[in-house]
Design a protein. Structure first.
Length: 278
């Protein structure tokens, strides 16, 4: 609800990619003094995989109920795709305990109900895992995110995930068929880092800004980006790390790679708080 945090003593917090690091998540919430009966939490996605306790994180976030808004990241979609039979579990995946848990069905059903994009129009602020592609304004971003969310929440959600993988199309086109449009939307919102100056997605380069070929820029630096007037809260890009600008709050500080888990108060604005991850 826009403006809810204006009530006395309420704080909106945002937290970066947890990726199954349950102990770090607990420690960070304690450091932030997060109180679910009073505050609200934005999670940038990738709450599971690569870390040691994806099951614990899923259960904790699900238990927060309306106190948390969590968008889907690419690793969350990997878990859903594994359940759907769209991919085999890989040697680096660490969500096996989720698949065999007695409450697995409830957890998976909850996860596939999460949004790809959350937009608070009252504050001109959006929450998304990777970013919003330069050719989209917020109206289009919400429209195409809702399309994918509807498919993931429907009876044939497995079919959507079976056609999810692939890097094409990389260029937005309003004449795409649904399968191409869904793949572009998922790639843009959950995998994007760099684009060329025309807004074409590059899904190969994942290094820090400055490491990319000269024809590429971080998605948020593309000239003419149509959501430049929206403050985007995101994660996904560990090599980028913490980035705090007027238009971008990027929070993936590489917890699962031996870095830290970072959170901060978004409203009212606070300073970043990080906990080390083992």
């Amino acid at each position: 609800m826009p403006g809810w945090w204006t009530q006395k003593n309420m704080t909106l917090y945002a937290v970066g990619d947890i990726q199954g690091c349950s102990a770090a998540f607990d420690a960070l919430l304690e450091r932030l003094a997060f109180e679910p009966s009073r505050d609200h939490l934005w999670l940038v996605g990738d709450i599971v995989n690569r870390g040691p306790d994806s099951l614990g994180v899923l259960r904790k976030v699900m238990a927060l109920g309306d106190a948390a808004t969590c968008v889907l990241g690419n690793h969350d979609l990997h878990l859903l795709a594994t359940v759907a039979g769209a991919r085999k579990i890989g040697p680096k995946d660490t969500f096996q305990a989720v698949l065999t848990a007695p409450d697995a069905t409830d957890l998976i059903d909850w996860l596939r109900q999460r949004p790809l994009l959350h937009h608070d129009s009252g504050s001109h602020r959006a929450l998304v895992h990777a970013g919003i592609p330069p050719p989209w304004d917020m109206q289009h971003a919400e429209k195409y995110a809702r399309e994918v969310e509807g498919l993931l929440r429907g009876d044939r959600w497995q079919d959507t995930l079976c056609s999810m993988y692939g890097n094409d199309p990389a260029t937005w086109n309003t004449n795409m068929d649904q399968q191409s449009r869904v793949r572009y939307t998922i790639n843009a919102l959950t995998r994007m880092r760099f684009c060329d100056r025309r807004g074409r997605l590059d899904l190969e380069h994942s290094g820090a800004p400055g490491s990319q070929p000269p024809d590429l820029l971080p998605w948020f630096d593309i000239p003419g980006r149509l959501t430049a007037d929206t403050h985007v809260v995101c994660g996904h890009w560990a090599a980028l790390g913490l980035l705090l600008r007027a238009d971008i709050t990027a929070l993936d500080s590489g917890c699962v790679w031996g870095g830290s888990l970072t959170g901060l108060a978004i409203e009212p604005r606070g300073t970043p708080v990080s906990v080390n991850c083992s």
